[in-house]
Design a protein around this ligand. Structure first.
Ligand SMILES: C[S@@+](CC[C@H](N)C(=O)[O-])C[C@H]1O[C@@H](n2cnc3c(N)ncnc32)[C@H](O)[C@@H]1O
Length: 211
């Protein structure tokens, strides 16, 4: 571990697990666990505690995994999870999976998936993504990937911190406008989210592919 790295711990109290992530003091957007990931991971835990959703034997894909908090949480609850990111970030993702592999009730693997490129796979039961809406130039590619990997039966959960700059507001609008052409969206109210790990500036969306 060099001076640029430090550990971040994330508790899943309901199953007595503490995930450990190696974060970087300086680096690109994948170098820390973002708040939107915490909100989504804690929502998954809530589904487990309140609705007995175990993810057991369900196939799960996470887009733009970063350090993998969301995907690893799904794997702790039994999911067969594919965590994905740009090729230059997959090694770091793999290290975090290895660090936590003894906690996984399901499975986790990391692979390269650049949005918009073809990825041969059966459709997934769940598609998860946290804080992936930053750059207008990749929105079309991201939605294309979402379309390719899902069916109307896929549960799609999107968590995003809404930022106040004009560029971020426009990018989010561009994403939502395109997404609603292919998916029906419902916003998960804060009261249905984790009682502590939720925030008025982070939206959680449940999307369903249109038939
Ligand atoms: C803000 S980070 C969020 C990371 C993680 N989901 C979290 O919330 O902690 C955005 C992630 O999307 C990935 N990403 C950005 N553009 C991408 C692209 N074109 N294809 C695949 N992944 C991409 C980045 O590498 C980064 O890991």
């Amino acid at each position: 571990m060099d001076t640029n790295t430090y550990f971040r711990y994330f508790d899943l109290e309901s199953i007595d697990v503490t995930l450990k992530f190696c974060q970087y003091e300086y680096g690109d957007v994948n170098c820390v666990v973002w708040d939107a990931a915490i909100v989504l991971a804690k929502y998954l835990e809530n589904l487990f505690v309140q609705k007995k959703e175990t993810f057991e034997s369900k196939t799960v894909i996470e887009l733009g995994s970063g350090l993998g908090c969301v995907g690893l949480t799904a794997a702790c609850f039994g999911g067969i999870v594919t965590l994905t990111d740009l090729s230059e970030n997959v090694q770091q993702l793999k290290q975090n999976i290895d660090e936590n592999k003894h906690f996984l009730k399901g499975k986790a693997q990391s692979i390269t998936l650049k949005w918009g490129t073809t990825f041969e796979s059966e459709p997934f039961d769940f598609l998860l993504m946290a804080d992936c809406i930053y750059y207008p130039e990749v929105i079309e590619a991201l939605v294309k990937t979402m379309i390719e990997l899902t069916t109307p039966n896929t549960v799609i959960l999107i968590s995003q911190e809404l930022r106040e700059t004009e560029k971020q507001k426009n990018t989010w609008k561009m994403f939502i406008d395109l997404l609603t052409e292919y998916f029906t969206l419902s916003y998960i109210p804060e009261e249905e989210q984790h009682p502590i790990y939720r925030s008025s500036d982070i939206v959680l969306i449940n999307a369903k592919k249109k038939k």
